[in-house]
Write a protein that binds this ligand. Structure first.
Ligand SMILES: Nc1ncnc2c1ncn2[C@@H]1O[C@H](COP(=O)(O)OP(=O)(O)OP(=O)(O)O)[C@@H](O)[C@H]1O
Ligand SMILES: [Mg+2]
Length: 282
């Protein structure tokens, strides 16, 4: 199949072609192979997925199955080996201001203070006057609980605090799509719960498409409209679980029968994928 015919190919799961592409994100026949001097890694088998505009999707999968790889390509930080990714009909080929990303590892600018880091994207946009930038930054400093640390540099922050600055920086520009790679991994249980509810509040008050990678099954279900469970490496979509839980949600929903069933179902898939990996290595 030629590159252009691949681009026009209809996704059998969704029944659309490039000409009649629905809004939101369209991932069409995306694969990724890393070739280094030492080895070649097929990180992703063909992935096809449509994410609706303003949908919240969580991605779960065993370590090394290609979650970060897929997210980086959604953010335009890496290109697929084959296939195409579109956001509102435009192919994603490089990072752009309408896509905010929080990386798995801390990626703050060490030479900028907390408030300068949060203001960074806003300044790049050249859309807001300085007073408005100060006001937005101040709001996000409060939202992520970093009042009193605005003038600190990243080196003097804990891992969890750095991650909260990264989240504030990504939210401050109010992007149309937010990509989060294990954003709460470094946080304690309490702060994690607060940040999850904060994220839901932000998403409800300023709706946007959110794709979040997490290892935490409860977190994935609690936040998302759909949970995409990936197969072990090379990654592909194993199953998509629709989360039919009322919104707004609060943490009590985790004790409901429906939630418990979703948790058991997702755990079973992840467990069977992890077993495959272990058997392969064995
Ligand atoms: N830049 C790179 N060069 C070579 N191989 C890479 C590169 N980035 C990722 N890989 C490989 O691709 C595979 C998928 O990696 P990826 O980081 O996407 O996994 P992941 O699902 O995010 O894992 P984790 O849950 O541990 O974060 C791994 O085998 C990894 O070694
Ligand atoms: Mg990762």
């Amino acid at each position: 199949m030629t590159e252009s015919s691949a681009a026009r190919k209809t996704d059998p799961a969704e029944g659309f072609s490039e000409e009649s592409m629905p809004d939101g994100v369209n991932i069409i026949d995306v694969t990724k192979k890393f070739v280094t001097r030492e080895r070649t890694v097929q990180a992703l088998k063909p992935v096809n997925l449509h994410i609706r505009d303003k949908e919240f999707v969580s991605i779960l999968g065993t370590s090394g199955c290609g979650k970060s790889t897929l997210l980086r390509m959604l953010g335009g930080f890496d290109r697929p080996s084959t296939g195409h990714i579109y956001f509102h009909g435009e192919e994603i080929t490089r990072p752009n201001a309408d896509i905010g990303m929080v990386f798995q590892s801390y990626t703050l600018f060490p030479w900028l203070t907390v408030e300068e880091n949060i203001a960074f994207g806003l300044r790049q946009m050249k859309k807001h006057p300085p007073a408005e930038i100060r006001e937005i930054v101040s709001r996000y400093v409060d939202l992520v609980g970093l009042r009193g640390f605005e003038k600190q540099y990243p080196k003097s922050l804990s891992g969890g605090m750095k991650q909260r600055v990264a989240i504030a920086r990504a939210l401050a520009t109010d992007p149309g799509m937010l990509l989060l790679d294990e954003p709460f991994g470094a946080l304690d249980m309490q702060t994690r719960g607060v940040m999850q509810e904060l994220l839901l509040n932000v998403w409800q008050s300023s709706p946007k498409t959110i794709v979040m990678v997490t290892h935490d099954i409860d977190e994935a279900i609690f936040l998302a409209d759909r949970v995409v469970v990936m197969s072990a490496r090379p990654g592909s979509i194993k199953e998509i679980v629709d989360i039919d839980l009322e919104r707004p949600r609060d943490y009590h929903v985790r004790n409901t029968e429906k939630f418990v069933n979703y948790r058991a179902h997702c755990s079973d898939i992840i467990r069977s994928e992890s077993m495959k990996l272990i058997q392969e290595v064995g």
